[in-house]
Ligand binder design. Structure first.
Ligand code: ZN
Ligand code: ZN
Length: 278
């Protein structure tokens, strides 16, 4: 029998994916560089591998850790005797801050960047880029989440809601969708929008090293990493990395082996305006 929790996660993800994919067809923001066909089977393939790797290697996952913490009275929130609603809200915020900090670390630490750069090497950015992460990054991310959950004693319901919301916002903020600028400005007050996160996928380093948030947009404002727009404009900017521009690099097997190839210094270029390499 399929557990209810898994069914809820998969249905929520499938519903949000379908909605955004439809929006991308009806109102795309940018013209394609390579399009859907060379990317979708491979980006979706990596998402399936990620889900299987998690279920096999860390089957209890973050919700399991939260159930353990609740059952044994572990974590800061338990010792403070906070009300469930307040503890859940604080837990949600703490998890989001942890994901922001983790994302910064994945850019700054060369070995972690090797894993994370696969996400940045996509030559277009759309709903499937939001699930295109190397399985090792997904596993490390889960261990970090579990550590935060155990240290704070975050309630299982808060962890579940956070994971479902983060999955949905990751697909949303990678979407190739257009919306009126007033709506983007309004949404940016509470959630990372596609125009905000797209800056992070710029080929230029100082733009890549901005807008690290995946869900709440506040951490970038608070820690000075917010950038409103790319210098070349949303339509003129180049997506991806200077290395890995070959279409063959979009294939599933190349995605999996990418961290073990190339120079660790394969960073985006430093100066906007510089011509692209090969
Ligand atoms: Zn990144
Ligand atoms: Zn991204």
């Amino acid at each position: 029998m399929i557990p209810l929790e898994l069914l809820a996660r998969v249905s929520a993800a499938a519903f949000v994916f379908a909605l955004i994919a439809l929006w991308e067809v009806l109102a795309p923001r940018r013209p394609w560089s390579v399009g859907r066909r060379p990317r979708w089977p491979h980006n979706l393939g990596i998402a399936i591998i990620d889900a299987l790797a998690l279920r096999i290697l860390i089957p209890t996952a973050a919700v399991g850790a939260a159930l353990f913490a609740a059952g044994n009275g572990w974590g800061l929130f338990h010792s403070l005797n906070l009300r469930l609603s307040l503890a859940s809200l604080l837990g949600f915020l703490a998890l989001d801050l942890a994901i922001y900090a983790q994302h910064v670390a994945f850019h700054k630490v060369p070995l972690l960047w090797r894993l994370h750069r696969m996400h940045h090497a996509d030559l277009d950015i759309d709903v499937t880029t939001g699930v295109r992460f190397h399985p090792f990054e997904i596993l490390i991310s889960m261990l970090i989440k579990i550590a935060v959950v155990l240290a704070l004693g975050i309630a299982p319901i808060a962890v579940f809601v956070f994971e479902v919301v983060l999955n949905a916002t990751s697909m949303f903020n990678h979407a190739n969708v257009s919306m009126p600028s007033w709506l983007d400005r309004a949404l940016r007050l509470i959630v990372v929008t596609p125009d905000m996160h797209r800056v992070h996928h710029s080929i230029f380093a100082r733009e890549t090293d901005s807008n690290f948030g995946f869900n709440l947009p506040w951490w970038d404002r608070l820690f000075g990493t917010y950038r409103a727009a790319p210098e070349a404009g949303q339509l003129g900017m180049t997506i991806g990395l200077p290395s890995f521009r070959d279409r063959g690099e979009l294939r599933l097997d190349r995605l999996l082996t990418q961290p073990f190839r190339g120079d660790v210094a394969d960073q985006p270029r430093k100066r906007p305006g510089e011509k692209l390499g090969s």
